[in-house]
Design a protein around this ligand. Structure first.
Ligand SMILES: Nc1ncnc2c1ncn2[C@@H]1O[C@H](COP(=O)(O)OP(=O)(O)O)[C@@H](O)[C@H]1O
Ligand SMILES: [Mg+2]
Length: 354
């Protein structure tokens, strides 16, 4: 029998999505085939300290009990070296996890890991930058204006004029750099724009003002490195006016259509667009690409990419693969293979460079 692969799940973390990460990591842990993998668990506390734990759980109090160590070498603590596992799997959502920071740490350590690299992760987390890159690749994005807090403070009238000239009502105002629908406001009256910007600036110094799209919300799972593949698309049917934080995590009244009921041509277009967006944004391993399908015009827009999508038992990413013929345990195997493959390719480049 061949040796089992040791996979280290990294979960918890400093972002507001700490608890979602615990739920995702618990599901990932459960779905790794125990015949092929030995799963180890690295928990990052809400304060950013690290510790090895027996398994992921949603019991934060127990997870946080006992000593944890800092990853910073000039602070005390055991070294977290490459021998802890064969490959690392960050199951961390939001800033300090999905944004390239932990990927940078893993690159520095020279270890294989699952998912996108530094650039793909950072681009995916920054909505304004991602949209600029998508637009540069000729991919359809919802019309938008980027507003920096310093510009707003200096000359609010100029910002209001710029937005008025560029975008019709309703508007969606969001922080450029977050997830989970935090800090997002729908603006139906221009008088509401200053307050909506102030809300967005609480979370990020850059806000995105977008044209509001009336239509359907579609999501697609993409998997791969050089030759990514797409699942069937799914649909999110929000309970409220939009898919807000309550709807996502508290009420649980959102409905999902997995797969989405779409004409075959639309399905094909979503898949092609999703793969193009994935490549444009330098994603690797996995990502969920989200779209709007405008009701009136039937136009498709790429909304955003999530390089570490939700991984709970009921999350869109694994569910879409399951209905596309790839069950959760097989999906995890593919992700590990892709992580090793990417590591080998990068290592070959570094060695050629010497
Ligand atoms: N331009 C828009 N038009 C219509 N609805 C939008 C728009 N932007 C965001 N929304 C609504 O807000 C939700 C969250 O916005 P999104 O950009 O996906 O941010 P997050 O990263 O927080 O998920 C979307 O799922 C959608 O329901
Ligand atoms: Mg979203």
């Amino acid at each position: 029998m061949s040796k089992k692969i040791a996979v280290a799940l990294i979960f918890g973390g400093r972002s507001a999505e700490h608890e979602i990460s615990l739920i995702s990591a618990t599901a990932v842990h459960k779905n790794f085939d125990p015949g092929k993998f030995e799963v180890r668990s690295l928990y990052i506390t809400r304060a950013g300290l690290w510790k090895a734990v027996a398994a992921p759980s949603t019991d934060i109090r127990t997870l946080e009990r006992g000593p944890a160590f800092s990853f910073l070498p000039w602070q005390a603590g055991p070294p977290a070296n490459g021998s802890f596992a064969d490959i690392y799997f960050p199951v961390l959502h939001g800033p300090f996890g999905e944004d390239g920071t932990i990927q940078g740490l893993l690159e520095m350590a020279g270890v294989p890991y699952v998912g996108a690299g530094v650039t793909g992760s950072a681009l995916g987390m920054d909505k304004a930058l991602a949209k600029s890159v998508l637009r540069d690749h000729g991919l359809p994005v919802v019309p938008f204006e980027t507003v920096r807090e310093t510009d707003w403070t200096k000359d609010p009238a100029a910002v209001l004029r710029r937005v008025r000239r560029a975008l019709p009502l309703p508007l969606f105002v969001k922080p450029s750099n977050l997830g989970s629908s935090v800090g997002i406001t729908k603006v139906t009256d221009r008088a509401g724009l200053p307050a909506a910007l102030a809300t967005a600036f609480r979370y990020d110094p850059t806000a995105l003002v977008e044209k509001g799209i009336a239509g359907r919300e579609l999501e697609l799972s993409v998997l791969g490195n050089e030759a990514p593949e797409a699942s069937l698309p799914g649909e999110v049917i929000p309970f409220r006016e939009f898919y807000d934080y309550n709807d996502k995590y508290i009420d649980g009244k959102t409905r999902f259509a997995i797969p989405a009921a779409l004409p075959p041509r639309t399905t094909a277009r979503v898949r092609a667009l999703g793969i193009a967006a994935y490549k444009a944004l330098a994603a690797e391993g996995m990502a969920r690409v989200d779209f709007f399908l405008e009701k009136e015009t039937r136009r498709l827009y790429v909304n955003e990419i999530n390089t570490i999508p939700g991984f709970t038992e009921i999350s869109m990413y694994p569910k879409l693969w399951a209905v596309s013929g790839l069950p959760f345990p097989r999906l995890l195997e593919r992700l590990v293979d892709l992580g090793f493959e990417r590591h080998r390719r990068r290592k070959a480049c570094v060695e050629r460079d010497r």
